[in-house]
Design a protein around this ligand. Sequence first.
Ligand code: CP
Ligand code: NVA
Length: 308
Amino acid sequence: MVRHFLRDDDLTPAEQARILDLAAEVKRDRFARRPLEGPRTVAVLFDKPSTRTRISFAVGIAELGGHALIMDAGTSQLGRGETISDTAKVLERQVAAIVWRTSGQERVEEMAAASSVPVVNALTDQFHPCQILADLQTVREVKGGLAGVTLTYLGDGANNMAHSYLLGGATAGMHVRIGAPDGYLPDPRVVADAARIAEATGGSVAVTTDAKAAAENADVLATDTWVSMGQDAKDLAVFAPYAVDEDKVALAAPDVAVLHCLPAYRGKEISAAVLDGPHSVVWDEAENRLHAQKALLVWLLEQQDGVP
Ligand code: CP
Ligand code: NVA
């Protein structure tokens, strides 16, 4: 049966845990699994810029024995108004999976609805679920597990990273806190979905405008750019209290791990001292994009092909 990965909660807690186990396995034994041998092709489409996502999918697909067909909006007919469903119908006959970075979540949903091969959300305005798999792998590595771990995200609470931390963290049984200014709080529907998931997994979700309270005793501090791709200029002064800096680290647990999906803007959402300091695990996090996405593709192809 075709499975897609469009939002973090498309995976059950057991499925998420299975993919994270696989991610650890492919990290240990990097070239062992080759489900794309042939090579089979995976289409990787970008309507927005990317460094990490482009590299990690290209490298990961090659390491799984496959071929990555990387296309930018400007070089495909999708960028000239060909419909999403027509594009899906052309791709599904030739590729094993479709990975897409675009704007509205409804666009990846439309692609998935028209596609008989797995569609993976490589970032939309609303969610960045591939990033959260890598982040969860990183937290597992440094904290030994996920259930019961408190993860605090500070910054733009209405963006894709905040929403994906809520859903992905709740699925993992974590305590997810979002600290963000008024006007940049998460979508209440996502908070409600995350709260429902957390009830079943033993996690919790909390949203506050109090950055210091959010940071207190956190096991993990995370942040993201204050200006996401495609956003108009906004007043950055309101975000200043939410910067992940030495003060927030001092409030957090003594062994706090600091995450940032990158690209980072030192002196804005994160201080240089924290990003480049001893609590930062951002380079492991960036590397884990490779392993987590390989694991995701292995799992999606298993569901598709019925091969264990
Ligand atoms: N973190 C992340 O998705 O980075 P890119 O935008 O460089 O792909
Ligand atoms: N929130 C950021 C994440 C970049 C990886 C953006 O959408 O631009």
